[in-house]
Design a protein around this ligand. Structure first.
Ligand SMILES: C[S@@+](CC[C@H](N)C(=O)[O-])C[C@H]1O[C@@H](n2cnc3c(N)ncnc32)[C@H](O)[C@@H]1O
Length: 320
């Protein structure tokens, strides 16, 4: 993709389903915590009862897609949603917003990022091994595969990719880099392929690429922090709406919602810090997870693994 002329190619997933869960009330104040190509935000901006929409994304390149003019109701802020409270604070004060009626997370990366060869997210597209959602910050996938030791690499691939061949792959990465540094997506994908012969439709590099991306972007920790902070930003009756794309993310959402709704009020692997006592603060709205329908599955392959869950803050809805 050319830097000067970007076209939004991201097709939102579970968009209509997610929007339906926005509470029905006047003067809605909403946070779209993952702006991406703006698919969700643009639909929210059409709601007649919208008061304010704040959109967030950590990727500086998203600024380009977030230039929506003529909207007094819309504010885009670049930042990591793990800092959601700090990010929105000054705007929230300026607009005198007591809290929010919906906070929406459509997790992972967008097709704009995945299909951009400069970003190095895809094993299908040749490019530099980078994978950072914000290329100005932190270590890249290149740093990871070329400097971490074998055990560290194996642990990352196993933990964040749930890849049973993690040790084998890590060993091959370390062997390979003795001869030359691993610079590109194709190079890494072929190293993985050379070691794994799986009879599966999926590319053998799928899980490793997922794992490196999650680690490089600290995705699970950031999201965990964002969930806890978001709950505090909701008005009574306000909702957290989450679309996730892999089981590690979905488990975090499920655990958090279950804990907070008292369904499974105990500490878990993901939230060990929670005490086993205390009153519930959320109500589960989606008793069963919502998946894309056949139509969406056939028109948007990216929706294959999507899952939608919603929870509501307890208390009386505030008509402000
Ligand atoms: C799946 S896309 C969102 C697509 C969007 N809903 C749309 O319809 O166009 C996910 C976006 O979330 C952003 N993102 C991921 N993790 C983030 C974080 N920790 N903080 C802020 N933005 C994040 C990514 O940069 C990406 O642009």
């Amino acid at each position: 993709m050319n830097n000067l002329e970007k076209i939004n190619i991201h097709k939102p997933v579970l968009l209509d389903e997610a929007i339906k869960f926005i509470p029905k009330k006047n003067k809605l104040n909403i946070i779209d915590a993952t702006y991406g190509g703006g698919g969700y935000s643009k639909k929210i901006l059409k709601l007649k009862n919208l008061n304010q929409l704040i959109a967030i994304d950590r990727d500086p390149e998203v600024n380009y897609f977030a230039k929506l003019n003529n909207y007094k109701k819309f504010k885009f802020i670049e930042g990591n949603f793990s800092q959601i409270d700090k990010i929105i604070k000054s705007y929230q004060l300026k607009k005198k917003l007591l809290g929010f009626d919906a906070i929406i997370f459509d997790l992972g990366i967008s097709s704009n990022q995945l299909n951009d060869s400069r970003r190095g997210f895809s094993f299908d597209i040749e490019g530099p091994l980078d994978m950072r959602m914000n290329q100005k910050l932190g270590i890249s996938a290149y740093d990871l595969v070329n400097t971490f030791n074998e055990k560290e690499i194996a642990n990352i691939i196993f933990k964040y990719g749930e890849e049973r061949f993690a040790k084998k792959i890590a060993k091959e990465i370390v062997n390979y880099r003795k001869k030359s540094l691993i610079k590109t997506t194709y190079e890494l994908a072929s190293i993985i392929k050379s070691k794994i012969n799986k009879l599966s439709k999926k590319n053998p590099a799928t899980k490793t690429f997922q794992a490196l991306r999650i680690f490089v972007n600290n995705e699970l920790n950031d999201f965990k922090e964002a969930l806890t902070k978001s709950e505090k930003l909701l008005l009574p009756g306000g909702r957290i709406i989450v679309v996730s794309f892999h089981s590690l993310e979905d488990r975090l959402v499920k655990d958090f919602f279950n804990h907070k709704s008292g369904k499974r009020w105990r500490s878990s692997r993901h939230f060990p810090e929670y005490a086993d006592t205390g009153s519930s603060t959320l109500k589960l709205i989606t008793k069963k997870v919502i998946r894309p329908d056949e139509k969406e599955l056939s028109t948007n392959p990216r929706s294959r693994s999507a899952k939608l869950r919603v929870a509501e803050k307890l208390g009386k809805l505030n008509e402000n």
